[in-house]
Design a protein around this ligand. Structure first.
Ligand code: NAP
Length: 261
């Protein structure tokens, strides 16, 4: 059995929908207090109402913030400390993935993706650091991806680069923060059934499922459970590590490996 997370304070950036909302749901069911951060206030409020209904004892609060702005990263950390008295876990999950082929890509396209996915990760960690250290068991859990660190997909060269860059950040941050008893780890999702994936249509989803050995997309909670593990007291000695959560998607050597299964 893992030690309960009752009363711990967890921040989930980008927790108003998709994978972040799944991560938030898993933590709130586990009894944690939750601060959910995102840009759109309406979506945040709906998420807070949904998540509160599933609370295992903790409170759900929200903050409107854009992680691509350093001042907003500070606002997220300050809000958590003000409302809950500290921060135990930061799930740096907020991310964007606008599609653009390399031939069409502008400097602004690259800046936009890196500002949210990489700078947003780095400065949200920096902002939460004093409170994470003060907790005595701080946990940082990044949402990276298989796209970039392991795989590629046309239209996402800037996105893939940002997701791989998160892991470069993770390894040095893990070393720097180890003496402060703050661990830094990452979840690397494959294709996950989010609102965005549903919008891609049934055919796209069927094609995606066909190349996954488990023949299903991940649920947002599948990612949340991996994040929850990194947050436990029992994972205190694990830092600078990644876990792929993809139903085996990256494993087949060729399409032949999936023939007949
Ligand atoms: P999503 O459904 O589009 O949700 C993204 C969340 O991030 C929303 O809450 C969004 O709210 C928030 N967000 C976006 N930009 C933000 C910013 N600048 N500041 C604060 N919040 C921001 O995306 P998702 O598919 O769940 O992806 C979440 C994470 O998982 C990303 O890091 C992504 O790279 C990663 N991932 C996703 C998949 C997948 O299959 N979906 C696979 C691998 C990795 P607002 O728009 O209101 O700000």
């Amino acid at each position: 059995m893992f030690t309960a997370l009752d009363g711990r304070t967890v921040i989930v950036t980008g927790g108003s929908k998709g994978i972040g909302k799944g991560i938030a749901r898993v933590f709130v069911r586990a009894g944690a207090n939750l601060l959910v951060a995102a840009r759109d206030e309406g979506t945040l409020q709906t998420a807070a109402e949904d998540l509160s209904k599933e609370s295992g004892g903790g409170r759900v609060e929200t903050v409107v913030a854009d992680v691509s702005k350093v001042a907003d990263c500070r606002l997220i950390a300050d809000t958590a400390v003000e409302r809950f008295g500290g921060i135990d876990v930061l799930c740096a999950n907020a991310g964007i993935f606008p599609e653009k082929l390399l031939t069409e890509m502008t400097e602004a396209d690259v800046d936009e993706v890196f500002a949210c996915n990489l700078k947003g990760t780095m400065f949200s960690v920096q902002a939460c650091l004093p409170a994470l250290e003060a907790s005595g068991h701080g946990r940082v859990i990044l949402t990276s991806s298989i796209t970039g660190p392991i795989t590629g997909f046309p239209g996402w060269s800037h996105y893939g680069a940002s997701k791989a860059a998160q892991l470069g950040f993770l390894r040095t941050a893990a070393v720097e923060l180890a003496p402060k008893r703050v661990t830094v780890n990452a979840v690397m999702p494959g294709n996950v059934m989010t609102e965005g994936m549903v919008a891609m249509g049934e055919e796209y989803i069927r094609e995606a499922e066909a190349i996954i050995p488990q023949h299903r997309l991940g649920s947002v909670e599948d990612i949340g459970y991996a994040a929850l593990f990194f947050a436990t007291d029992e994972a205190a000695y694990i830092t600078g590590q990644t876990i792929v959560v993809d139903g085996g998607q990256v494993l087949p050597e060729s399409p032949a490996a999936l023939a007949g299964i």
